[in-house]
Ligand binder design. Structure first.
Ligand code: SF4
Ligand code: SF4
Length: 378
C-alpha cells in the first residue's frame, strides 16, 4: 500500500513522505532570470566543487551557449536566447532613471589614452583628443578617417582642440560602462535582447527518476532534494527516460547517471550550494522553499508594477504535474522559449492505473484459458 495518496501525484512534503522523521524545512532554488547576466560563474563553481569533468569549449552556434544542455558533465547550464524586441520595449522599468551620456569626459580621456604616455613599453599609444570627445559625445559625430576635427560635444579637456586622428584607440560604437537600459534614452537602445537562464535539476516533489531506480541509487534527502549515489548506480538508464525535464544523463565512459545533487555535502554542513554562492547577481537564490516562493511572488509583482508584464513563475506551483519543483524559476517569456516543457507531468503518475489494467488483462486471459480447457475436455 502506498504511504500517501499523493505519492505519485499531487502536493506533499517529500522528505517526511520518504520516511524522514524531524526533517528540516524543504530547501531549494529560486532562479530569477531577470537578473541573470550570463557570466556562467554557476557552471564553473559547480564543476569545481563537484569535480565534474569539462564539457569542451565547443562553438555550438547558439549565441554564447557552449554547453548546450544539462548533461552528465554540465549540472548547471546557462542558456542564451536571442530575441528581436522593439526599441524601448524595456523602457518602463527604467522610467525616471538618468539618461545622460554613458561615458564621462574624464573616463573617456583615460580610455582614449590622451594623457601623458604611461612609460609602459610596448603600450597602447596615446590617442587623439577628439577620439575622447567623441566617446563623451557617444554619437560618433566626428568626421571620418582623415577628417580634420571632431564636433564632439564633450566638455572635458579631451574635447578641446583638433588632433592627429591616426594614433590611439577611438570610439567604435561599443556600449558604455553603465548597466543595460541606463546608458541612454530608449532611442539609444537596440531592438534586440538576450534571455539568459541558469537551468538545473528541478528536484521534483514527485521525482520519476527516483520512482523507477531499481537499485536505490537515487534517494530523497532530508532536505527534500533528489540525489544519485554514483557508487550504487548500475547504469541501467531507466531514470533518464523517466525524467520529464531531460535532466539526468549517462556519462560516456563510465555509463552511470549523473546530475545536480543540490550540493548535498555543502547544505548538510550548513553552507550554500556552490552555484548560488558564486552567482554575482543573486539570480540563483537558495533557501527554505516556502520563503523562496514568497520572495518570488513579490518579485513578480514588482516586475509587473515596473512594466514587465511577461514576468511569470515556472515550477513553483505544488498543484502542477510534478507537485511543484524544488528548483523553480522566474521567466520573461514562455517556458518553451527557454527549452522547458510547458506542462511537465511525473512520468510515473499513471503507473498504478497501468498495473491495475495489466492485472485485469492477465486475469481475463487466465479465465479464458481455463474456460477453453474446461470446454475442450467436456
Ligand atoms: S525527475 Fe528529472 S528533474 Fe526531477 S528530480 Fe529527477 S532528474 Fe531532477
Ligand atoms: S547545487 Fe551544487 S551540484 Fe547542483 S548545480 Fe549547484 S553547484 Fe552544481
Amino acid at each position: 500500500m502506498l504511504p500517501d495518496p499523493h505519492s505519485l501525484s499531487g502536493p506533499l512534503d517529500p522528505a517526511p513522505e520518504a520516511g524522514w522523521t524531524d526533517a528540516p524545512p524543504r530547501m531549494g532554488f529560486f532562479t530569477d532570470t531577470s537578473v541573470c547576466i550570463g557570466c556562467k560563474a554557476c557552471e564553473v563553481a559547480c564543476k569545481e566543487w563537484n569535480d565534474v569533468p569539462g564539457s569542451g569549449l565547443d562553438l555550438l552556434g547558439m549565441s554564447y551557449d557552449n554547453t548546450g544542455a544539462l548533461t552528465a558533465n554540465s549540472w548547471r547550464h546557462v542558456a542564451f536566447v536571442e530575441q528581436p524586441r522593439p526599441a524601448g520595449h524595456r523602457s518602463p522599468p527604467f522610467a525616471g532613471t538618468p539618461t545622460g551620456g554613458s561615458v564621462s569626459a574624464s573616463s573617456a580621456a583615460v580610455a582614449a589614452g590622451v594623457g601623458n604616455p604611461t612609460g609602459t613599453e610596448p603600450g597602447v599609444p596615446p590617442g587623439a583628443a577628439d577620439a575622447a570627445a567623441r566617446m563623451v559625445d557617444g554619437t560618433g559625430s566626428g568626421t571620418g578617417a582623415g577628417g580634420a576635427s571632431s564636433t564632439g560635444a564633450g566638455t572635458g579637456p579631451a574635447a578641446t582642440g583638433t588632433a592627429d586622428r591616426t594614433g590611439g584607440p577611438e570610439f567604435l560604437g561599443m556600449p558604455g560602462a553603465q548597466p543595460p537600459g541606463r546608458a541612454g534614452g530608449a532611442e539609444g537602445r537596440t531592438d534586440f535582447r538576450w534571455l539568459m537562464m541558469s537551468d538545473v535539476c528541478k528536484h521534483c516533489t514527485h521525482a520519476a527518476c527516483l520512482d523507477v531506480c531499481p537499485t536505490g541509487s537515487l534517494f530523497r534527502t532530508e532536505f527534500g532534494t533528489v540525489v544519485v549515489q554514483e557508487d550504487i548506480c548500475n547504469g541501467c538508464g531507466y531514470c533518464i527516460s523517466a525524467c520529464p525535464y531531460g535532466v539526468i544523463d549517462q556519462r560516456k565512459g563510465d555509463g552511470r547517471a549523473w546530475k545536480c545533487t543540490l550540493c548535498y555535502d555543502r547544505i548538510g554542513a550548513g553552507n550554500t550550494p556552490a552555484c548560488a554562492q558564486a552567482c554575482p547577481t543573486e539570480s540563483i537564490q537558495y533557501g527554505p522553499l516556502d520563503e523562496l516562493r514568497e520572495r518570488a511572488a513579490a518579485r513578480v509583482a514588482t516586475l509587473h508594477e515596473r512594466g514587465v508584464p511577461e514576468a511569470r513563475l515556472y515550477g513553483h506551483d505544488p498543484g502542477d504535474g510534478v507537485g511543484g519543483d524544488g528548483a523553480f524559476f522566474l521567466l520573461l517569456d514562455e517556458p518553451e522559449v527557454y527549452g522547458l516543457p510547458p506542462d511537465p507531468v511525473v512520468t510515473t503518475r499513471d503507473l498504478p492505473k497501468m498495473w491495475k489494467r495489466a492485472g485485469l488483462a492477465a486475469l481475463a486471459m487466465a479465465a479464458a484459458a481455463v474456460a477453453a480447457f474446461v470446454g475442450g475436455s467436456s
